[in-house]
Ligand binder design. Structure first.
Ligand code: ZN
Ligand code: ZN
Length: 309
């Protein structure tokens, strides 16, 4: 198999931005700054999970052209490349999850590659437009995807103009670095840490802690089992901030047609045989070790019920 190369320029820039969080020693810290950082983190995490992931990658709900643009701008302010790049790579992940073709499988290439290596790799810089034709027909999204740093740069300039260095550091730099790792956990840890409720052809897992950090995306095993739902927490105890916010937005008419899993899908695990339950247990223990060995080959009859975006 061909080896991927990490772009030293992108990796250097990425590392350098991590050091900007040390500017907190210059600005000092206060409860107000912490509240600003938390708000900046969760508002943009919502845009990443509801926008990049559930809407653009999976079309789990509907919205108008104006609000889809707002979601894309807000998500791109998290400096995770363009909307079409993000969503098309994510569709690729579901198509090949934990198989050799998966570009960020911890089961195949280890934790660090799945967490950050693949994003810095020169192989994956291009947008797979053939996988995202449905949104590539909007010129404003194509423009945004091409000039993907514009929302972040404009946002940074606005923060600096409004509140100087403290607002730039606490409203921009610190929460952006946290957002990177919060989002990247969805590619790395949600295939490593947690429990498997559903038999899928990958190693996806459910984790309460990651659901809090990632606005509901910690219910990743649910998600791989049935991808197109607007909620990823399927039971009342499965906290999913993104879905709660989508419900509120649906009440005011900004989004509509939120897709939900059927009761039959949610309760599929209750119909598993003893052998299938035992297989889930074995997989859960096995998945706690890092780096993971190669994932097992998919078994016939255990495919996820929904595979198209
Ligand atoms: Zn996954
Ligand atoms: Zn997904």
């Amino acid at each position: 198999m061909k080896h991927s190369r990490v772009s030293l320029f992108t990796a250097g820039l990425f590392l350098a931005l991590h050091f900007t969080v040390l500017l907190a020693f210059v600005t000092g810290v206060s409860w107000t700054y912490l509240a600003i950082a938390l708000a900046s983190y969760y508002v943009r995490m919502f845009a990443v999970t509801a926008g990049y992931h559930r809407y653009f990658a999976h079309r789990a709900f509907k919205t108008g052209r104006a609000f889809q643009f707002v979601l894309a701008v807000l998500a791109q302010s998290s400096v995770q490349k363009g909307v079409l790049w993000w969503a098309s790579n994510h569709r690729h992940h579901h198509r090949y999850s934990d198989q050799p073709e998966d570009i960020h499988s911890p089961a195949r290439k280890g934790f660090w590659w799945s967490h950050i290596g693949w994003i810095l790799a020169t192989d994956h810089e291009e947008t797979r437009l053939s996988s995202i034709k449905d949104f590539a027909r909007y010129p404003e999204l194509v423009w945004l995807n091409r000039f993907h740093l514009v929302p972040a740069l404009v946002g940074a300039a606005l923060l600096f103009a409004l509140g100087g260095l403290p607002l730039l550091v606490w409203g921009g730099l610190i929460p952006t670095v946290a957002l990177w790792h919060g989002t990247f956990f969805i590619n790395s840890l949600t295939h490593i840490v947690g429990k498997r409720r559903y038999l899928t052809t990958d190693m996806s897992r459910n984790s309460f802690l990651l659901a809090i950090v990632c606005c509901g995306e910690g219910w990743h095993n649910n998600h791989h089992f049935h991808q197109n739902t607007a909620n990823q927490g399927w039971f009342w105890w499965e906290v999913d901030f993104t879905y709660y916010a989508l419900r509120v937005l649906s009440w005011v008419g900004l989004v509509s047609d939120l897709r939900l899993p059927s009761e039959e899908t949610k309760l599929a695990f209750t119909r598993y045989t003893d052998a299938q339950r035992a297989q889930l247990q074995v997989e859960s223990r096995y998945g706690m070790f890092l780096p993971q060995p190669a994932a097992p080959a998919p078994e016939p009859g255990l495919m996820t019920p929904a595979t198209s975006p």
